[in-house]
Design a protein around this ligand. Structure first.
Ligand SMILES: [Zn+2]
Length: 187
């Protein structure tokens, strides 16, 4: 069952997107350890995560919120640095964890293995690379004011506005179409 979406272009932002509509109808998609197990598999961080528990889930959600805090306020103005210190420490600490092991077998198949530490390491490493790299300048929030999904706009024209979910771009397109229809004189 493919139920999570990966439209952000970055692992750490796709994880941030597992909490929807953060300013209004805040909705948690990672409610149980099994949700996290499915996300890890669908995100292709590990092929087959072992059993996960509530503590693993809370570690990932803590890191997720620290990443969200940082990306919303990055780079920090001098007066904000104190407020971001905890989130920065959280992300930097996780970025020191080991990464998933990637190995090829003789048939050419890639195997990705590790535990929850490697998952946290991969997410934090991606966040640190994003915040410290050139792609961060292309980070946008979806133009649907309700939707709080973040993505990296790598389009050549840098004109991407929507996260890509049906409830965002499509709804707006339908509204624009109706508006144009109304403006046209009746035959
Ligand atoms: Zn959206």
């Amino acid at each position: 069952m493919d139920d999570f979406v990966f439209v952000s272009g970055r692992l750490c932002l796709d994880l941030v997107g597992t909490q929807l509509w953060r300013r209004s109808r805040r909705t948690e998609l990672l409610r149980f350890p099994d949700d996290l197990r499915r996300w890890i598999t669908q995100a292709e961080v590990l092929d087959a995560p072992g059993p996960l528990d509530e503590r693993d889930l809370s570690r990932v959600c803590r890191l997720r919120e620290a990443v969200y805090t940082l990306v919303r306020a990055w780079p920090p103005a001098p007066q904000d640095r104190q407020a971001l210190r905890d989130a920065l420490a959280e992300v930097n600490e996780a970025a020191r964890l080991p990464l998933p092991r990637h190995q090829l077998d003789e048939s050419g198949c890639l195997a990705r293995t590790g535990g929850i530490d490697e998952v946290l390491g991969a997410i934090a490493r991606d966040a640190v690379d994003l915040l410290g790299g050139a792609d961060f300048a292309r980070m946008k929030e979806c133009a649907n004011p309700e939707c709080t999904r973040l993505f990296i706009d790598l389009s050549r024209s840098a004109a991407r506005r929507w996260c890509g979910m049906a409830e965002c771009g499509n709804r707006q397109k339908v509204a624009n179409y109706r508006m144009r229809q109304r403006r046209q004189p009746a035959p």
